[in-house]
Design a protein around this ligand. Structure first.
Ligand code: 13P
Length: 250
């Protein structure tokens, strides 16, 4: 059985007070036996408080990004070692906003993946096509390219530390969700692509999350698809009620 996961990517939202309030609401609403493995990714400055706030909870705290170098003259950056030292074991890499606004390339992401794996971190690896790619029927090739260049250098054993998040760029924050059929079609393709390179056993084991305008009203039908193992949620993860409803939709 693959792990079912619902992760909230808070992006650049919530100051310290707001972070504490949302986490406290989430703990209450999700209860002690959430339906899925639950992950939240607050901003860097609030990671340590989140760890403290959630010390008695099953909810996992993830970082939204990290630098690939061990340490050094990289003003404003955060290393894997720094994250680990405050108890962060999970990091989101390759989010389309990092790719689009901060110039993160597949090659850079391959380096970040290596740095995270060297520190035994779990990686939520994001990828997905833009609208123009889908319009040109190029979406499968784009996704295969992102996976091959950013991730497919890892060893078989490293897959234990990988969660994939397919997030079509055209569906992020737009209110336009991929249909459950579109999500399933791509997730199936992703699993086949992994199987081609690493074999069916590894492909069957990896959790593939869908992200892009997942809301309480559409989560259930998307999560019902056989190759969709959960979601990476943006906007709707900022509201405890919505995020809980989405988690329970698993
Ligand atoms: P939305 O759920 O706001 O569309 O964002 C998805 C996302 O980017 C999660 O990483």
């Amino acid at each position: 059985m693959r792990k079912k996961i619902v992760a909230g990517n808070w992006k650049m939202n919530n100051n310290l007070t707001e972070t504490r309030t949302l986490l406290s609401e989430l703990k209450t609403k999700l209860g002690t036996t959430p339906q899925a493995k639950v992950i939240v990714a607050p901003t860097f400055t609030n990671l340590q408080s989140a760890i403290e706030e959630l010390s008695s909870s099953e909810i996992i705290v993830a970082a939204q990004n990290m630098h690939q170098a061990k340490n050094g003259a990289y003003t404003g950056e955060i290393s894997a070692n720094m994250l680990k030292s405050i108890g962060i074991e999970t990091v989101i890499l390759g989010h389309s906003e990092r790719r689009a606004y901060f110039g993160e390339t597949d090659e850079l992401l391959a380096e970040k993946v290596n740095a995270a794996l060297e520190h035994q971190m779990t990686i939520i690896f994001c990828f997905g096509e833009e609208l123009k790619d889908r319009k040109n029927s190029n979406h499968f090739a784009v996704v295969a390219g992102q996976l091959t260049k950013g991730l497919f250098h890892i060893k078989d054993a490293d897959w234990d530390n990988i969660v994939l998040a397919y997030e079509p760029v055209w569906a992020i924050g737009t209110g336009e969700t991929a249909s459950p059929e579109q999500a399933q079609e791509m997730h199936e393709f992703i699993r086949e692509t992994i199987a081609d390179t690493y074999g069916q056993a590894i492909a069957d084991k990896v959790s593939i999350l869908y992200g892009g305008s997942v809301k309480p009203g559409n989560a259930e039908e998307i999560f019902a698809k056989p190759d969709v193992d959960g979601g990476l949620i943006g906007g709707a993860s900022l509201d405890a009620e919505s995020f809980t409803t989405i988690t329970n939709a698993i």
